[in-house]
Each structure stands twice: as structure tokens, then as C-alpha cells.
Design a protein around this ligand. Structure first.
Ligand code: UD1
Length: 417
């Protein structure tokens, strides 16, 4: 097990450069197999989720070369094989191989995906989408077999605007015969990034970023060059950390428009935020005011920032409220934060945070990726030393986290026990 040891109380100054979006890269890597030629994806974050997907590509016989932040993928020697439970359960996004393999070979065999235990996270909408394209879905225990004689465009209405289902259906539909319409599609920037990638490969997708996406099937997709958008969740996490202990902390290489739900809340509670073309500068202030947030699909407040934002709310005067509407089990960080001295009461999908409470260094558990980020933010302002256990969760989504924080003045070390 890896642990992080953080001595709290330092002011953080300088620049943190944000990497490519994990949630985009984890879709682009499986999507690359749809091309007949060589695909170069740059700005790919070096996190364990992207390496786990590269391992699956290697297992399938795909040639991959990694050079600094780029990955070159060539699927010319690829073979369609069953993806084992051990490989698929390493992360959530392995489910994109269902759509990509179905789109390429009209057959995919894979075990249930893994990822953070933040809710039941069914994939029924992904499967419903594949069926609407003419595929047959069989479930054998924990394994999915999705196959089709021929994929034909269809009309799909998603009951929930699911990020994963929207992308997976796009992957399956790009080479289907005819036109597919996805209604109530998710609108997250990562979806636009994936649609742009597929269009760069020769696909015909319009409407990505709106709730209606139209995909006109094409015969073949070719190689291309593509860049991953900046990670708005990594950026948002460091911006929150800046609000807690930043002294003109610059979060660089971002698209500030993707973070408006967060930055407007920060300004509302009294954080000093300067928004530039591709950066945000955050300066910690005393006496933050309470506020309420409700997680929503994009462009609403992102569920992935709810947990670190709650750490900030422990430092606001008065009682703040957080309502989580996307995942049913995304308050696991609360018990750990309360151990550190916060006063948070959970009632169903709502949490009341009574502030302001000083936080103390403790041994705490990162129960999931963003819970880990919430604890890290807390540790940076806590009195004394915090040890965060199960840091593997954090490393799935934050690239070079120790280096990035050390460079701006944090006292943080990683070790293996
Ligand atoms: C993705 C992100 C995750 C983020 C989430 C919401 C990736 C790899 N992960 O997760 O970081 O927190 O979007 O922004 O991109 N649902 C169903 N049936 C389905 C699919 C989803 O009921 O077939 C439900 C889920 O259980 C959840 C809600 O819909 O309650 C939203 O899920 P979804 O948008 O699909 O999230 P993920 O793709 O899992």
C-alpha cells in the first residue's frame, strides 16, 4: 500500500501546470483502435488509469509507443480477444472497450468494469444503446458478450445523461450503417474532445456538447493526431487547494470556461480568484462565507469536485449544504474528514457542514479517488502531520501529485508500506 505523509500549514505559491484530462484520455485510448492507421494522442496524463488501458491494448496486440506526454497507437496487428476480469476491473473506463471493439469487430467480450465504489454504477444505458444499434447483449455471470451481424444506426434516448453511455454509444455507432441519434446525451467537455478525435479520424459526428448527438456511420476511420483537453477536475482540485492555502497560486494550462461552476462558487464565498485566458490565480482569504452546492451534469457543479469542495466548506463560517445527485455513495470522505476535526452530518444524499472548524493531522483512508483529493486538501491546512493510506486511488487520477505540490511549497512525501 502507498501512503502520503503531509505536514500541514504551508502557504503554496508558484505555478501548477495541469495535465491532460483523465476522463478524456481513458476514452481516447480505447477509441484509437477504430482507426486503420497510426494515431498520435498528445497530452496524455501519466496516471495509473491510462497505463491500465495501455496494458489492455498491449494484450490485444496493439502497438504502442509512449514518448513523454504522447502515445502513438497502431492497431494493425490487433486481435479481438476476451478481456479478463483482472484487466477490466482495474478501472471504470475499461467499459469503453465494449463500444470500441463492437464498433471495430462487431463483437466484444469483457468482464464488468471496476473503478471507485461511489455507487451501483450500472451500465444498462450503454447496453441499451448497443441494442438499439442491432447488437445482442449476453451476460454470463460477470461477463458481457456484445455482438452483432451488422450494426445499424438507431435512435437512442438516454434516461440519464450518462457520460460513459454517451461516449460508448458514439464508439459503437461511428462505423454503423446509417444515422444514429443520441438524445439526452451528456454534454461534458470530454465528450466533445472524444467526438473531435473521432471526426479527426474521419467520423461524421455533429452536436457533441449538446443534448442531441448525430452520428452518420462511415466505412473506415484513418489515423490522426489529437490533443487531450486539460483536466478540469485536476485543475479544480488545485484551485480549491489554492483557496485553502494559496498565496497567489497559479493553476496553468487550463480552459477556465470548463470550471465556471466552481470559480463562481469560490467568488461567492469570498475567495480571491483571477481568471486569465488559460489560467486561474487563487489567493487564500480569511472569513469565507457558507454556501450550498448541488452536483449536476455539466455545466452544473461537477460531482468529481464535490468531495474536495466539502473540505473548503469546513473552513467557511456557518452551515453549508451539499446535495449529491449523481452518485448515491459519494460521501465516504466525510467520516475521514470528521476524524480530522470537521463537523459534517450526512442525511441521505445531503450533507450539512458546520464551519469553521480547525483540522488536525491524523491517519486517514482514501476510500476513492476524489475522497483522496478531499483528504489531501484537508491535510495541507491541518495542524501537524496527516498520513493518507490507500493512495493508489489518488494516483489513478492525479499525475505527479507529489512533484506538483512540492514545487509550490507543500511538505509531502509518498512511501510504500
Ligand atoms: C464519468 C466519469 C466520472 C464522473 C461521472 C459523472 C469517467 C471515466 N468517469 O463516470 O469521473 O464522476 O462521469 O460526471 O469518465 N448510470 C446508470 N446506467 C448507466 C450509466 C450510468 O444508471 O448505464 C448512472 C450512474 O450510476 C450514475 C449516473 O448515471 O448515477 C451518471 O453516471 P455516468 O455519467 O455514466 O458516470 P460514469 O461514466 O460512470
Amino acid at each position: 500500500m502507498k501512503t502520503l505523509s503531509i505536514v500541514g500549514g504551508e502557504n503554496l505559491s508558484g505555478t501548477i501546470r495541469i495535465g491532460g484530462a483523465k476522463n478524456s484520455a481513458v476514452a481516447l485510448i480505447p477509441a484509437a483502435i477504430l482507426a486503420t492507421g497510426e494515431v498520435t494522442i498528445c497530452n496524455v496524463p501519466e496516471v495509473t488509469d491510462t497505463s491500465a488501458l495501455c496494458d489492455i491494448l498491449t494484450f490485444l496486440g496493439v502497438d504502442i509507443a509512449r514518448a513523454s506526454e504522447s502515445i502513438v497507437i497502431n492497431a494493425k496487428n490487433m486481435e479481438n480477444k476476451e478481456i479478463s476480469c483482472e484487466k477490466s476491473s482495474k478501472l471504470r473506463a475499461s467499459y469503453y472497450f465494449l463500444g470500441a471493439l463492437l464498433g471495430k469487430y462487431k463483437k466484444a467480450e469483457m468482464y464488468f468494469p471496476g473503478g471507485c465504489a461511489i455507487g451501483a454504477r450500472p451500465i444498462n444505458l450503454h447496453l441499451k444503446g448497443f441494442e438499439a444499434l442491432g447488437a445482442k447483449v449476453e451476460v454470463e455471470g460477470n461477463k458481457y458478450i456484445v455482438s452483432a451481424e451488422e450494426l445499424k444506426g438507431g435512435n437512442i434516448y438516454l434516461d440519464i445523461a450518462s457520460v460513459g453511455a454517451t461516449i460508448n454509444i458514439m464508439l459503437a455507432a461511428v462505423k454503423a450503417k446509417g444515422t444514429t441519434i443520441i438524445d439526452n446525451a451528456a454534454k461534458e467537455p470530454e465528450i466533445v474532445n472524444v467526438a473531435t478525435f473521432l471526426n479527426n479520424m474521419g467520423a461524421k459526428i455533429t452536436g457533441a456538447g449538446t443534448s442531441r448527438i448525430k452520428i452518420t456511420g462511415v466505412e473506415e476511420l484513418h489515423g490522426c493526431f489529437h490533443e487531450v483537453i486539460p483536466d478540469r477536475i485536476e485543475a479544480g482540485t488545485y484551485i480549491i487547494i489554492g483557496a485553502l492555502c494559496g498565496n497567489y497560486l497559479k493553476i496553468d494550462n487550463i480552459i477556465p470556461e470548463h470550471l465556471e461552476a466552481l470559480t463562481s462558487k469560490l467568488m461567492e464565498i469570498g475567495v480571491d480568484v483571477t481568471i486569465g485566458g488559460d489560467y486561474v490565480i487563487v489567493n487564500h482569504q480569511e472569513n469565507y462565507k457558507k454556501t450550498n452546492i448541488k452536483t449536476l451534469v455539466y455545466p452544473g457543479f461537477p460531482t468529481d469536485l464535490q468531495q474536495p469542495f466539502m473540505t473548503l466548506l469546513t473552513q467557511c463560517e456557518g452551515t453549508s449544504k451539499v446535495v449529491e445527485t449523481i452518485f448515491e455513495n459519494r460521501f465516504m470522505h466525510v467520516e475521514q474528514l470528521n476524524k480530522m476535526g470537521s463537523n459534517i452530518i450526512v442525511n441521505g444524499q445531503a450533507a450539512l457542514i458546520k464551519g469553521k472548524t480547525p483540522l488536525k493531522g491524523m491517519v486517514v483512508q482514501a476510500t476513492d479517488l476524489r475522497a483522496g483529493a478531499a483528504l489531501l486538501a484537508a491535510a495541507l491546512i491541518a495542524e501537524g502531520t496527516t498520513v493518507i493510506e490507500n493512495v493508489e486511488h489518488i494516483l489513478r487520477g492525479y499525475e505527479e501529485i507529489v512533484e506538483k505540490l512540492t514545487n509550490v511549497g507543500a511538505k509531502i512525501e509518498i512511501s510504500e508500506i
